[in-house]
Design a protein around this ligand. Structure first.
Ligand code: CTP
Length: 403
């Protein structure tokens, strides 16, 4: 997802410098070209050779060496960068940038670049909460620098508090968000995800295998593309995506109520959740004890949330998923028409690597004209991105029809 992007990773002298080996690896894995700039002190925590080996590029530590075409290095680097990531950013570098001091390669480079700069602070808690450091961080934020919150936990100095380098995966996510075009900035996208749980006593329920991965992938990608995202989720083990309004629900009825509450402000609704079609008719207050005879649960119908949305959606774009094992295309198309959706994503549960628990999916996107687009087996975030491309097109057409 970072193919063709030139990323400059600035490393300063903090213990978390060693974690930049992993960040470099992750950035390269996403297709980025990584150039590392280190301060003198950073080279005492991790060697330039480690980063040179991982990045496959020379590591810059000296202001006075020249590139082949005799441009001063920091200027040529500064012009080529798509983004600059400073991790770890010590109180010292934060103070220098905030005060306009450029006295080594990294600080000079940061002053010279027009690329977005992402600052990832890491330091001792007392330093992180120091009033001067806080003022400097605020100064950087208001000058347009992107500053991440430091993490909370055990620090190298054996104390516990704020000041840990944000996790590598969060830094990676932030880099991708900053570099993604904000082409869905006009949309408010409501997404449902995960399973629902339908209880019949205080400790037991009926549910399904949905992991929530597909719905959460939509939330992450839509947020990256600038949409306001409301994620209504059944129980999952997934972390809350950053920048997303997460509403946690458990049963289909709770999910329906939440969807109806947020429908008004939404322009697009994507119903990925695997909603239980039925719920137990009776919910016992106490644990149902085992008996010698067999045990039956009587079920009653749950609301069909997407059908109810379809009846009142107005100009909103409504996208549903169809989980099928037989007659995939016909069943999916009929579902789309009967529930008044604009687009349906057909999921063939019989295909290897597709469905609930996987990180990949293989889907077909079907529209109201009957056009079917098959996507190859790919990572769920990429699947979500491709479907969001189609949704964006539909939003544009809908806006043109209205005006
Ligand atoms: N859906 C919903 N409310 C339900 C059941 C399903 O909103 N009570 C939504 C799902 O989120 C999905 C779409 O309807 O977007 C299709 O779900 P699916 O389970 O494939 O279809 P059903 O309509 O339940 O039909 P069937 O189970 O008979 O295939």
């Amino acid at each position: 997802m970072l193919k063709g992007k030139e990323i400059v990773l600035g490393i300063t002298g903090g213990i978390a410098a060693y974690k930049q080996a992993e960040l470099t690896r992750q950035l390269i894995k996403q297709g980025a070209d990584v150039k590392v700039v280190m301060t003198e002190n950073a080279t005492k925590f991790i060697t330039p050779l480690t980063l040179q080996t991982l990045s496959g590029n020379p590591v810059y530590t000296d202001t006075f060496s020249l590139t082949g075409d005799c441009e001063i290095e920091h200027i040529s680097l500064a012009n080529a960068a798509d983004i600059v990531v400073i991790a770890p950013a010590t109180a010292n570098i934060i103070g220098k940038i905030a005060s306009g001091i450029a006295d080594d390669l990294l600080s000079t480079f940061i002053m010279a670049t027009k690329a977005p700069v992402l600052i990832c602070p890491a330091m001792n808690t007392n330093m992180y909460t120091n009033e001067i450091v806080r003022t400097n961080i605020e100064k950087l934020s208001s000058a347009g620098y992107f500053v991440m919150e430091a993490g909370y936990g055990e620090l190298a100095c054996k104390t516990e508090g704020s000041g840990r380098l944000p996790p590598v995966e969060d830094i990676l996510e932030e880099v991708m968000t900053i570099l993604t075009e904000k082409d869905l900035a006009e949309e408010t996208i409501l997404i449902t995800a995960g399973p629902t749980r339908e209880p019949f006593d205080p400790i037991r329920f009926i549910s399904n295998y949905s992991s929530g991965k597909m719905g959460y992938s939509f939330a992450i990608m839509a947020e990256r593309r600038g949409a306001d995202v409301i994620l209504i989720s059944g129980p999952t083990l997934l972390p809350a995506p950053s920048g997303v309004k997460l509403i946690q629900v458990s049963t289909a009825v709770e999910m329906k109520n939440a969807v109806m509450e947020y429908l008004e402000e939404s322009t697009v609704i994507i119903k990925v959740a695997a909603v239980a079609d039925y719920r137990p008719s009776v919910l016992s207050d106490s644990k149902i004890k085992k008996k010698d005879s067999s045990f039956n649960i009587s079920l009653e119908k749950n609301p069909d949330i997407i059908s109810e949305v379809g009846k009142v959606k107005g100009n909103r774009i409504l996208v549903g998923f169809a989980m099928e094992t037989d007659n995939l295309l016909k069943n999916a198309y009929d579902k789309m028409v009967s529930k008044n959706m604009d687009l349906i994503v057909a999921n063939d549960l019989t295909r290897p690597g597709a469905g609930f628990q996987y990180d990949t999916n293989s889907v077909r996107i079907i529209d109201r004209s009957g056009d079917v687009r098959k996507l190859p087996l790919m990572n769920k975030k990429k699947v979500a991105d491709k479907i969001l491309d189609r949704i964006k097109k539909l939003c544009k057409e809908r806006k043109a029809e209205i005006s």
